[in-house]
Design a protein around this ligand. Structure first.
Ligand SMILES: Cc1ncc(COP(=O)(O)O)c(C=O)c1O
Length: 403
């Protein structure tokens, strides 16, 4: 094709000009001078880890999500593991969770020797379907681990009702949902334990890091020991008490979040409100634009929630598009839009297939949705131009493949 015959509608993968010159990632952190200064201050202080910034971050975080206590961990995965430990899961126990998540949600159950049992998701939110959960409760079930997919809170009332009836612990994986609200209540204040992640693509970051919010003092105490080798006091408590003696009372890990990054977390938390506002603006612009584009199904929101929009997943309508997900994905990447897919259902991974014998077909809503899902860029530092570029690229690609 000669340069003069290339129309602006020609896809970049077919030799046209991309919508953007540079790749727009699907998520990225924002770190400002106040964040950097806070980290530098700790680097010059006496305590790089297990110092005063840990409790300061935990207290500020608990207040922000409306929980009595918050326990920090070295990652969201470690936080999930701590919560599963505190819930008392052990070999022979089962915990029900969703296949539409990052593998860590199910892996943490295996870390304690218990068995993750998957249940299918609701078509609109892609969150655990309470009816499906109900059908999988057995005499071995000890916990339910719902995930607030993309930042849209799970139907917590229904899940908590089931948990209460069967004496189960609810560990909400809210790694996508910091700042979200369910029926006017803050995520973090509702489930028995609520787990958050501070990975750089999340709403606030500590590089790696995680937190469990809870209103239960016993769970909090158990998690504090678990993240510190199962030891009943930390180094700073011993130093201030002038003591050397400590006791390891249970098996634990080193899952501590250092002061250096707790200081970063304290600063980042101050920006959470602004970050959420921006993400909600972007979601609303995306929703309005995609409702008008044939072949594109925007993310769905239930009226009783205020999502935190960690991700913005669209679904492709193959009745209206003459292309599969891989083609649309490739075309959007060609336009320099950093699309992604969340998630390959957990039971599709070779480890889970081999260990549990999954063959596909077990969770039709999750599997069917997976085949159509594409996550678009969603992060609070996106400019208006970035948002326009994404919308333009989706319009261009959907228009090209439109039937
Ligand atoms: C739903 C979900 N759960 C757990 C995790 C694990 O968090 P981390 O990466 O902080 O270990 C993630 C990470 O992205 C996640 O998306």
């Amino acid at each position: 094709m000669s340069a003069t015959s290339v129309s602006p509608q020609t896809l970049a993968i077919d030799g046209g000009s991309p919508v953007r010159e540079k790749l727009l990632p699907y998520g990225r952190q924002s770190v400002d001078e106040a964040d950097i200064q806070a980290v530098v201050d700790v680097l010059r202080s006496d305590w790089l880890t297990t110092g005063p910034k840990v409790a300061e971050f935990e207290e500020a975080f608990a207040a922000r999500v409306g929980a009595a206590e918050a326990v920090s961990f070295s990652s969201g995965t470690a936080a999930l593991h701590g919560a599963v430990f505190a819930a008392g899961l052990k070999a022979g126990d089962e915990a029900i969770t969703t296949p539409m998540t990052f593998a860590a949600t199910a892996n943490c159950v295996l870390y304690q020797g218990a068995t993750p049992v998957f249940a299918d998701v609701c078509f609109d939110t892609l969150n655990l379907d309470p009816e499906e959960v109900m059908g999988r409760i057995t005499s071995r079930t000890r916990a339910i681990l719902p995930v607030d997919y993309a930042g849209h809170p799970t139907d917590l009332d229904a899940i908590l009702y089931l948990a209460k009836r069967h004496g189960l612990v609810v560990i909400e994986d809210a790694c996508h949902a910091l700042g979200a609200e369910y029926k006017g209540r803050r995520v973090g204040s509702i489930a028995d334990m609520t787990v958050f992640s501070f990975h750089p693509v999340k709403h606030i970051t500590t590089a790696e890091g995680g937190m469990v919010a809870t209103n239960d003092a016993k769970f909090a105490e158990s998690m504090r020991r678990f993240r510190n080798h199962g030891i009943s006091s930390d180094a700073r408590q011993r130093q201030s008490a002038g003591q050397w003696h400590y006791e390891m009372v249970s098996l634990g890990f080193n899952y501590r979040l250092p002061d250096v990054v707790c200081a970063l977390g304290i600063e980042q938390l101050k920006k959470l409100g602004a970050n959420l506002l921006r993400r909600r603006q972007i979601a609303s612009q995306y929703g309005a634009a995609f409702r008008e584009i044939p072949g594109i199904v925007p993310a769905m929101t239930r009226p009783e929630v205020n999502p935190a929009w960690h991700l913005y997943p669209i679904r492709l309508d193959f009745e209206q598009l003459a292309a599969d997900r891989a083609q649309v994905f490739r075309a959007l990447r060609g336009e320099n839009i950093g699309v992604n897919v969340h998630y390959i259902p957990v039971h599709f991974h070779p480890f889970y297939r081999e260990r549990f014998g999954f063959k596909g077909g077990e969770f039709p809503v999750a599997e069917n949705s997976y085949a159509r899902l594409i996550s678009l860029p969603m992060f609070h530092a996106m400019t208006d131009q970035d948002v326009d570029d994404v919308i333009q690229a989706v319009r261009k690609v959907a228009g090209h493949y439109g039937r």
